[in-house]
Design a binder for this molecule. Structure first.
Ligand code: SAM
Length: 434
């Protein structure tokens, strides 16, 4: 670690003592609101607005625990530290963009970007680690994203399958994590200069893959949560000298120090947030566009009969037009979803539920995308109500509505399906109960 401190002293000069003071303070906590949900600010306590991110807020975790609220389970917001929030905010997303998040888990940037895309857009949220990709998939589900495919593979495997396919790429690279020292003890324990160099070598491979995967004129946002120049400005220099990229200058953030014009460096002594580096590159070279094949819908007769019967009995909306079944599990896919062949897929669009023998069991993901107008039966309870507490705990509630499936709402936001007969049977996912 001595080497880390020496390097920081060289880099920061007079600011070094302020930096060390800031490292001894607690990490700053933040959340951003889900763009897909309306009027969220009205139901949340008042918080300090993020200085640069419209949907972002900073909160005091001694006074407020947003992760414990049912609003969290209803996907109203994502808890993310304030500097990391800047990354997705710097991407100029068009509703119908095709976006790849190469290193996406746990999903802070994916959820922000996915919520800004329409059904004509596409997000492929990928992480090399399968266990981390599972968490990513849960976060994508909670955010109600129906235009998102979650995969788990080495991102280099997308090259040759989807060359020239993407309008935007998020490359939030694996890094030595120096900017996370006050948030994660593990980042301190695993730091070494060798790790800095090892990460830089992975980052070079990833930026090359991003170049190939972008269409001409497409953009990659490159970010790390580390300070070393080897993993930041040097990677951008490498990209500019080896590929037909040009630097897209990012807006200047007040108080920020930068060693390369147009890029952003956040420090904890200058901003309310952890350490981060952000740069944007545009591909000016031409693309080797491969015509990727689209994913073809397919579903068994039995599963189709079951899902149609469920929609007719319980919902007021139409069965999605393109259905894909995998061992009884049914997804709503979009006409432009690519066929990812042998790439490991954890979520292929919106997971609707499972077809079993002669019935269909709807999913938590489907519930999270519905409005009161979409459902024939519902209950709407207050955030602090006993009913919501009991439901999240996994208990049944007394029956007094029509028999069959319905949706539990919390202050108007969908939370979960239930099934009513003599009691309101709890369908809140077992793994999320508390
Ligand atoms: C900084 S984290 C991503 C954070 C995420 N973008 C977010 O906003 O929640 C970097 C990710 O890179 C992944 N990773 C590790 N080694 C990798 C490699 N060789 N190639 C690609 N991704 C890798 C890790 O599993 C990790 O989830």
């Amino acid at each position: 670690m001595d080497k880390f401190y020496e390097r920081m002293k060289d880099m920061l000069g007079d600011e070094y003592d302020d930096f060390i003071d800031a490292l001894n303070k607690p990490a700053v906590k933040g959340l951003y609101l889900n763009n897909k949900k309306q009027n969220i600010e009205k139901v949340l306590p008042s918080m300090k607005p993020h200085p640069f991110v419209k949907e972002g807020f900073i909160f005091d975790d001694q006074k407020y625990a947003p992760g414990k609220s049912p609003y969290f389970l209803a996907g109203l917001y994502y808890i993310q530290e304030p500097s990391a929030m800047l990354v997705a905010n710097m991407i100029d997303i068009k509703e119908d963009d095709y976006v790849l998040d190469m290193c996406a888990a746990p999903g802070g940037k994916s959820c922000s970007v996915g919520a800004r895309l329409s059904d004509d857009g596409l997000l492929i949220a990928n992480d090399i680690s399968h266990s981390r990709a599972k968490v990513l998939s849960e976060n994508v589900e909670r955010f109600g994203l129906s235009n998102t495919i979650v995969t788990s593979t080495d991102p280099l495997r997308f090259v040759s399958l989807l060359d020239g396919f993407f309008d935007k790429i998020i490359l939030d690279a694996p890094c030595s994590g120096e900017g996370m020292f006050r948030k994660l003890d593990q980042a301190v324990e695993t730091w070494s200069y060798e790790k800095v160099l090892e990460c830089a070598s992975i980052q070079k491979n990833l930026i090359e893959a991003a170049y190939k995967l972008l269409r001409e004129g497409g953009e990659v946002i490159y970010s790390t949560c580390t300070y070393s120049k080897e993993e930041n400005e040097d990677i951008i220099e490498y990209a500019l000298s080896n590929f037909d990229f040009e630097l897209v200058p990012l807006p200047h953030i007040e108080g920020e120090t930068s060693y390369m014009d147009g890029t952003i460096r956040c420090y904890p002594h200058k901003h309310e947030g952890e350490g981060h580096f952000i740069a944007k590159l545009k591909k000016v070279g031409s693309s080797n566009t491969i015509k990727s094949s689209v994913l073809k819908p397919h579903i068994s007769k039995e599963a189709e009969t079951n899902i149609r019967a469920f929609y007719k009995e319980s919902l007021n909306c139409k069965v999605p037009p393109l259905l894909l079944e995998n061992k009884g599990h049914i997804y709503a896919i979009k006409r432009h979803f690519p066929d990812l062949k042998t790439i490991r897929i954890l979520r292929n669009g919106l997971y609707l539920g499972e077809s079993k023998k002669n019935r269909f069991v709807p999913s938590y993901s489907l519930a999270l995308t519905l409005t009161k107008d979409d459902v024939k039966n519902f209950y709407d309870f207050k955030e602090e109500s006993e009913e919501i507490k009991k439901y999240i705990h996994g208990e049944t509630l007394p029956a007094n509505n029509k028999k069959g499936y319905g949706v539990i709402f919390v202050d108007g936001y969908p939370l979960s399906f239930y099934k009513e007969s003599n009691a309101v049977k709890n369908l809140f996912p077992k793994g999320l109960r508390r």
